[in-house]
Design a protein around this ligand. Structure first.
Ligand SMILES: *[C@@H]1O[C@H](CO)[C@@H](O)[C@H](O)[C@H]1NC(C)=O
Length: 422
């Protein structure tokens, strides 16, 4: 009874006091703007100890601080500055408007850079490579992202081609030293190599157009759960609608961009039938399936890829969905496979039963010494990630790509190295 009588009064009082306290500082701040307080004549700083710089040195970045670039590399807007040169450029291509299922790979470049924050040139050595890719004297830059149009795919594909061609045409920093791409390029000039961060897989079409102009027909090593050599999807009634993340290799073949000795690794997707494999061969691919790893092992997979590619100029395209999701069985009586969020869940078209990150890394190491002219990692869509697992895996694979480009041959196994030393 008493409470119900006093409550309305209390509310009114509280409201009035809120209005008052809110108004007072506002009025004061207006006044203080017109007449700023002057420091007293005997003003002394409240801190007269050593400055940060004197006591601790530079404002260096920790793994989790500072501006975001790939592995804390210098970040440059390379498209804006024609006098920038590099040997290897990291380039974001945030395009994701040609996917058949989950979109979101436009955030891939951000997720991969974020996943790379614990990587640094000064801690770039790994036992598995016996190498630090940052010690070869190559200039490696993060060239930023291409501002790809998200509304008009024809425009976006052209923007990607123009940006890639612009950066590919720059003279490599080490152009007068040991030749790498000069021996492969039609113009006999040393071109830099670009590692692209996708983006959905469609980005490979404009990339192949650019590379073809410099090197002629390109051989492709394609790590993926899917073929991406399909001619069409149902309902594609316009020319532009043919350009998708599952058809770009078909279109590249149509345009004469591809060599005939291409190879997939990690295939395990569902198909319309065996006719898809017949078409795949026509496009110029051989396929290594996910199960081949159990049947023939990583050594034989590496041999097959190397034999297929030979000394052709080769482009490496890695769809993060090549990495697997574990199938987990509840128990022996319940036979449904449950899908565990696995090793790289943040992707647009996930397929259970792929390779582990460790298995994939081992196969990639075995390919060192081939004539790589570029590489990408695509289809990282971080909105579907858990604990950044996919971004971290992708960033680690890009670190492998750097050693892959720079090492002259695959590293010996550590056991062989230890035996040599004894
Ligand atoms: C462009 O890059 C060069 C070489 O690193 C640098 O000296 C110059 O300041 C840059 N120009 C601009 C406008 O950023």
């Amino acid at each position: 009874m008493i409470l119900s009588t006093f409550l309305p009064t209390l509310v009114v009082l509280l409201r009035v006091s809120c209005v008052n306290t809110h108004q007072v500082p506002l009025a004061e701040s207006t006044e203080s703007k017109s007449t700023p307080p002057k420091p007293a004549a005997d003003f002394h700083p409240t801190y007269d100890g050593p400055t940060w710089e004197k006591k601790y040195g530079s404002q260096y970045d920790l793994s989790y601080t500072g501006p975001l670039s790939f592995s804390h590399l210098p970040y440059e807007r390379c498209l804006d500055n024609a006098s920038l040169s590099y040997d290897i450029a990291i380039l974001g291509l945030p395009f994701d408007t040609a996917v058949t299922y989950r979109s979101g790979a436009r955030f891939g470049p951000f997720a991969i850079r974020s996943g790379s924050r614990r990587q640094h040139s000064q801690r770039g050595y790994t036992l598995s490579w016996a190498d630090n890719p940052y010690t070869h004297g190559e200039r490696i830059l993060d060239c930023g992202d291409v501002p790809v149009n998200p509304f008009d795919n024809a425009l976006a594909v052209d923007q990607m081609e123009v940006a890639y061609s612009t950066l590919l045409a720059r003279p490599a920093t080490r152009s007068n030293t040991e030749p790498v791409t000069r021996l492969l390029a039609k113009d006999g000039v040393e071109h830099p190599r670009i590692i692209s961060l996708g983006g959905d897989h469609t980005i490979v079409l404009p990339i192949l157009r650019s590379l073809h102009r410099v090197y002629g027909p390109i051989s492709v090593i394609h790590f993926d759960a899917h073929l991406d050599t399909w001619a069409t999807y149902p309902g594609q009634t316009s020319e532009q609608a043919r350009v998708t993340h599952g058809t770009f290799f078909y279109l590249a073949k149509e345009e004469g961009l591809l060599a005939q000795n291409n190879i997939h690794a990690g295939i395990r997707c569902k198909m319309t039938g065996i006719a898809d494999m017949v078409n795949d061969e026509t496009v110029g691919f051989q396929a290594i399936t996910a199960d081949d790893l159990d049947d023939i092992g990583s050594g034989e997979i590496i041999n097959k890829i190397k034999k297929r590619i030979g000394d052709s100029p080769v482009y490496l395209s890695l769809d993060i969905d090549v990495i697997g999701m574990k199938s987990v069985f509840v128990n022996k009586f319940l036979s449904f496979p449950l899908i565990d969020p696995g090793l790289a869940p943040a992707t647009g078209t996930p397929e259970p039963g792929g390779w582990t990150t460790r298995e994939l890394k081992r196969i990639i190491r075995g390919l060192a010494g081939l004539n790589f002219v570029g590489a990408d990692i695509v289809e990282v869509a971080p909105a579907y990630d858990h604990a950044d697992i996919t971004g971290i895996a992708a960033a680690d694979l890009v670190h492998d790509f750097l050693s892959l480009f720079l090492a002259k041959s695959p590293p010996q196994s550590r056991h062989a190295r230890v035996d040599d030393e004894l």
